[in-house]
Design a protein around this ligand. Structure first.
Ligand SMILES: O=P(O)(O)OC[C@H]1O[C@](O)(CO)[C@@H](O)[C@@H]1O
Ligand SMILES: [Mn+2]
Length: 497
């Protein structure tokens, strides 16, 4: 395997507990020609500025004025004084958040040293509810600071800086600091700073979602009608739904910072075929064969659980729900488990509150599926879960040691679908692998169960290509690694050698 080493990082080799001799170095903004540099220099400041704009523009929503008014109307003679105090405190909270974000932008742009987090115990808890955001990842963040794992600093005594640490660490750190500013307030703890962008993008793809849900009933009816002898007959539909979920990944909001946002057209057979031309590695056949063998090999009582490590809200989540519906209705799976983020993350990633809101929105589109999928959640056909690991700075190679419970849960999966670009970066460690490195090698120790990555290429790591393929695609489009146009469907069953 080619070592694409960066002299700056050479002295790191002995420091990271992983065997550096066998793995290349992480992508980092240290390389000024890289997408990482462009992101930290230009895209992330835009993302921060957008939050500040929205928080300033929608102040009254941020203060929860509507909720206050509702409470006031519900209890007209109620404690007006208390509400006024709450409003003033919320105003102070907002000023605090805006100040913290300005400070964060300044620290990033002037390449300051990154500082550890306060202990989660120092944060006053909000009352527990579905839209509660986690805080219990902070001790792990500080573990990464103390041990310097995942950071890629040059010498053990060096402190991490924005343009020198690994790109993955820097980017995750930014999103964690945004959440911290919000969690440090008294009244704004549940604020999702990306909610206006998520809502806007949802409006942009309303028609697409509507048509997807409308067609779903027809396609499912057709697919189920042809179910003479069991799930074997679903092969074509399986490929359609898998690719639909891949296509869903085109609509992320973090990529669009500083670029034209992706406008979704209806997904039809033409889109399906065009997508096919832009799939650089397509292991869908193997995924199908694997899932079918799970179904055929299972006894009457046993389960086939498919885990979806989710990515974005909106269009992508709808395609993932549709895929889940297909898996359950076709009986290829008995359970589909959705893993979402415990914090607002990379602008458009799905949180628990987003997922539940999506079901309400789907109710408005198709009276049927929102309620149906809520029932699935109640009966265990669908499971919705989160874990602090997803918002830690670690790539998946660290899951077994830093989140052993999550790892062993995933070991019981029949198939793990890993969605999107960021998750792919975490699968491969966001390292400078040669593009012909086998997918298995790039996963390093992460082999909990058979897995399939469904990902649009939006960052400078991709593995598993054949010799010469990268060069050919580069000639077609020199921004092939980051444009989101090209895709991979990569499968690995760790029990096959
Ligand atoms: O939603 P996705 O597919 O993980 O994409 C996230 C985006 O954030 C990044 O990880 C970094 O900015 C890009 O690679 C990508 O544009
Ligand atoms: Mn995302």
């Amino acid at each position: 395997m080619t070592q694409v080493a960066n002299t700056h990082h050479e002295s790191l080799q002995s420091h990271d507990p992983r065997n550096r001799n066998e793995t290349p170095f992480p992508l980092s903004a240290f390389d000024t020609k890289s997408f990482a540099y462009h992101t930290i220099q230009t895209r992330l400041p835009i993302i921060l500025t957008r939050i500040v704009d929205h928080l300033s523009r929608y102040k009254s929503q941020v203060y929860g004025e509507k909720e206050l008014e509702d409470a006031h109307h519900a209890h007209p003679g109620g404690p007006q004084e208390a509400w006024n105090v709450r409003r003033q405190e919320a105003e102070e909270d907002l000023k605090y958040v805006l100040g913290a974000l300005a400070k964060l932008r300044n620290e990033m742009q002037t390449n300051k040293t990154m500082t550890p987090f306060p202990s989660s115990r120092s944060l006053t808890p909000a009352s527990a509810s579905a839209d509660e955001f986690i805080t219990d990842d902070l001790e792990e963040w500080n573990h990464a600071f103390t041990t310097k794992i995942a950071q890629n600093v040059v010498n053990p005594e060096d402190l991490p800086k924005w343009f020198e640490v690994s790109f993955l660490f820097a980017e995750c750190y930014l999103y964690r600091r945004i959440s911290l500013a919000i969690q440090e307030t008294k009244h704004l703890k549940r604020l999702d700073p990306f909610k206006w962008q998520k809502a806007e993008s949802l409006r942009d793809c309303t028609e697409t979602i509507h048509s997807l849900l409308n067609n779903l009933s027809t396609i499912m009816a057709k697919a189920l009608a042809s179910d003479k002898s069991g799930p074997e007959t679903f092969e074509d539909s399986f490929h359609q739904f898998l690719r639909l979920s891949l296509w869903g990944n085109k609509g992320d909001l973090s990529l669009s910072a500083g670029r034209e946002p992706f406008k979704s057209d209806a997904y039809d057979s033409d889109t399906h075929n065009k997508m096919g031309e832009a799939i650089l590695v397509d292991d869908s056949e193997q995924v199908w064969a694997h899932l079918l063998s799970c179904h055929q090999g299972r006894s009457r009582e046993s389960h086939v659980r498919v885990d979806i490590i989710c990515d974005n809200y909106g269009q992508e989540l709808v395609t993932d729900l549709i895929f889940g519906e297909f898996l359950i209705a076709s009986r290829l799976a008995t359970q589909v488990c959705y893993h979402v983020k415990g914090l607002p993350w990379f602008v458009s990633d799905t949180t628990i509150a987003d997922f539940l809101r999506m079901l309400d929105i789907i109710d408005d589109h198709s009276g049927k599926y929102g309620q149906k999928w809520r029932n699935y959640l109640m009966t265990g056909k669908f499971v919705l879960t989160t874990d602090p690991f997803w918002t830690m700075p670690y790539d998946f190679d660290y899951m077994q040691s830093r989140a052993p419970k999550l790892y062993s849960y995933l070991q019981q999966s029949s198939l793990i679908i890993v969605k999107g670009d960021l998750n792919y970066r975490k699968l491969t460690g966001d390292l400078k692998w040669s593009h012909t490195t086998p997918f298995r090698t790039a996963l390093r120790s992460f082999h909990p169960a058979p897995l399939c990555a469904l990902r649009g290429l939006k960052a400078e790591v991709v593995v598993g290509l054949v010799g010469g393929q990268a060069e050919t695609v580069y000639r077609e489009a020199n921004d092939w690694l980051t444009s989101g146009h090209y895709n991979v469907v990569q499968f690995l069953n760790p029990s096959y050698r």
